[in-house]
Each structure stands twice: as structure tokens, then as C-alpha cells.
Design a protein around this ligand. Structure first.
Ligand code: AMP
Ligand code: ZN
Ligand code: FE
Ligand code: FE
Length: 284
């Protein structure tokens, strides 16, 4: 099967509506897709409702990519799949993250304004779908529309990267806490792009080991932001710690270069993830 467990729709910073993403998944000949918008489950219903009309059967692992930060300030993304969306401990945490992204966006805009870059919150809102998790990609899109930069990638490279002076973090759970929440809600937890050093500081093996002890299920090894050497190293870490290995596109529609199905997860890993998840929220 062709299994791609990490994608984004307009419920966060992807460019396709959840139903359009399901059609695109069929066109990319996927058999299983994970819908993992940042800090939200608001795309689930539309995605699920669109499946019956597809020209080819598609299984969907419903989930979210949870923004986390370690105690020493490293940004970590955790993909949770097949958890119970009515678990209030988890959904309260996601809601707090989304709320905190609004003052955080104002703070980043203020810093850009001080440096003479004219962009307003209204400009960013224009780039954001209703109810979507607000993020830097929307700010990037506003800067593209204003002609400040030529593309989202250029915006991240020059102005919005994790190490840039304009970057502002937002309160987030630690990865250990997020793993505990996902597991308690019956889901499975995958550490997203753990070796993506291009984005900023990454966690070390000792930190991944602590996450494994907290119940982490898998490492996302095959991802565009990992070179061959990083993948080999992470495969070794996964083997040492008894973690499963996944591969995913982290597709964002036209917002990023990533293509659906460019990295895949094996059938046996998917079967094992489903076996471990008792939240029951998947469609196959
Ligand atoms: P935020 O959640 O607001 O901190 O923004 C994170 C989002 O920015 C994620 O969706 C990433 O895919 C995206 N992102 C991070 N680094 C880059 C980059 N260098 N180029 C394009 N998008 C990026
Ligand atoms: Zn994103
Ligand atoms: Fe991510
Ligand atoms: Fe992602």
C-alpha cells in the first residue's frame, strides 16, 4: 500500500480544503492518508464526509501535529493519530496552543514593523481560512502578497526561521506531556521530522529516549528535511529504542514543495499503529 501519514489542509497552513486533500490523495494513488493539521482536529469532519464520493477507496488516519517545546526551548512537532477528539485534556491543550498563536502573531508583526517591514494583522488574516490554526506560513503568504519576499520558502529563509530575530515562540506543551496526552486519549504518537536541523535546534538521542519511555510509538525517519545520513542515524536510534519508523510527505498543498506520497510508511508499521490505537477514529 501507499501510506502517507502526515499532511496539512486549510484547517491549518495547507492550501487545499480537507475534502480537496482527499481527492488529491486519490490522484496521488495513496491508500492511506494521515490528516494532521497543526494543533487542530477541525478538518476531520469534512475529510470524513468526503470519502464516500471518492473514485477509489481511501483510508484516513485522523490526527493532528502538536506543537511542543522542550524545557530547554527546542521546538518539537509530535504527530498524534487516531486519538479520541473528545478527550478534554488533549483538546484543552490544543485549544490553548491555538489561542496563544494570536498574540504571538501580533508580536512577530510588531518586530517586523519596528524593522520597517510593513505588514498588519489584517494582512495575515486575509491569508488564513476561517477557523484555521494561525501560523508563520500565513504571515509568509502576507509578505509574499506585499512583495516583501518572493515565496514562502524565501520568507522562512530570510525573516521567519526559528533562529531569526523576528521569531517569537508560543506557549506549548513539552513533547513528553503531549505524548502522555495522545496516549491517554487512545492515540499513537510519532515524533515528526526529528532530524530537521535546517529548521533550528533539534533534540538529542537522550531526549528521544525519554520520549520513548513516555510512550512514543514511532520516529518519522523518511521526511524531506532529512538527508541520507540523518535517516540512517535515526533508523539506528529507532532500532535501539524499539520505536517504529514512518515516512511521510508533510504535504502542505502549493504552500511548500513537498508532494503527496514522496515518502511512505510500510504496511506492517501502519497495521501495528492501528493495533495500538484504541481511540477508534480512523476510516478504512
Ligand atoms: P508555526 O507553527 O507558526 O511556528 O509555523 C510552523 C510551520 O512553518 C510548519 O508548517 C512548517 O512546515 C513551516 N515551516 C517551517 N520552516 C519552514 C521553511 N524553512 N520553509 C517553509 N515552511 C517552513
Ligand atoms: Zn505546517
Ligand atoms: Fe512539523
Ligand atoms: Fe507538518
Amino acid at each position: 500500500m501507499r501510506i502517507d501519514l502526515h499532511t496539512h489542509s486549510r484547517a491549518s497552513d495547507g492550501t487545499l480544503a480537507p475534502s480537496e486533500l482527499m481527492v488529491a490523495a486519490v490522484e496521488a494513488r495513496l491508500d492511506i492518508i494521515g490528516l494532521t493539521d497543526h494543533d487542530t482536529t477541525s478538518g476531520w469532519d469534512e475529510a470524513a464526509a468526503s470519502l464516500a464520493a471518492l473514485t477509489r477507496p481511501l483510508g484516513v488516519g485522523l490526527g493532528a501535529e502538536i506543537s511542543c517545546r522542550t524545557d530547554d526551548g527546542i521546538s518539537v512537532h509530535l504527530v498524534g493519530l487516531m486519538f479520541d477528539r473528545n478527550d478534554t485534556a488533549l483538546t484543552d491543550t490544543l485549544a490553548r496552543s491555538r489561542d496563544d498563536r494570536i498574540p504571538r502573531m501580533h508580536a512577530m508583526i510588531d518586530k517586523l514593523n519596528v524593522a520597517g517591514i510593513g505588514v498588519t494583522f489584517a494582512d495575515v488574516e486575509r491569508e488564513t481560512s476561517d477557523g484555521a490554526t494561525l501560523g508563520r506560513p500565513h504571515l509568509a503568504d502576507a509578505l509574499v502578497r506585499k512583495g516583501v519576499v518572493g515565496s514562502r520558502d524565501e520568507a522562512f529563509a530570510n525573516l521567519l526561521g526559528n533562529d531569526s530575530p523576528f521569531y517569537v515562540g508560543h506557549p506549548a506543551p513539552t513533547p513528553i506531556r503531549a505524548i502522555e496526552l495522545v496516549k491517554a486519549a487512545g492515540g499513537v504518537a510519532i515524533l515528526a521530522h526529528p532530524g530537521a536541523g535546517v529548521r533550528g535546534r533539534i533534540v538529542d538521542v537522550a531526549a528521544i529516549e525519554k520520549m520513548a519511555h513516555a510512550g512514543l510509538d514511532a520516529l518519522e525517519v523518511d521526511h524531506r528535511d532529512h538527508d541520507d545520513k540523518t535517516r540512517a542515524k535515526l533508523r539506528g536510534v529507532a532500532a535501539d529504542l524499539g520505536l517504529l519508523v514512518t515516512g511521510s510527505s508533510d504535504y502542505h498543498g502549493t504552500g511548500k514543495l513537498n508532494l503527496l506520497g514522496e515518502n511512505l510508511t510500510s504496511d506492517d508499521v501502519w497495521v501495528e499503529l492501528v493495533r495500538r490505537a484504541d481511540g477508534g477514529v480512523r476510516f478504512a
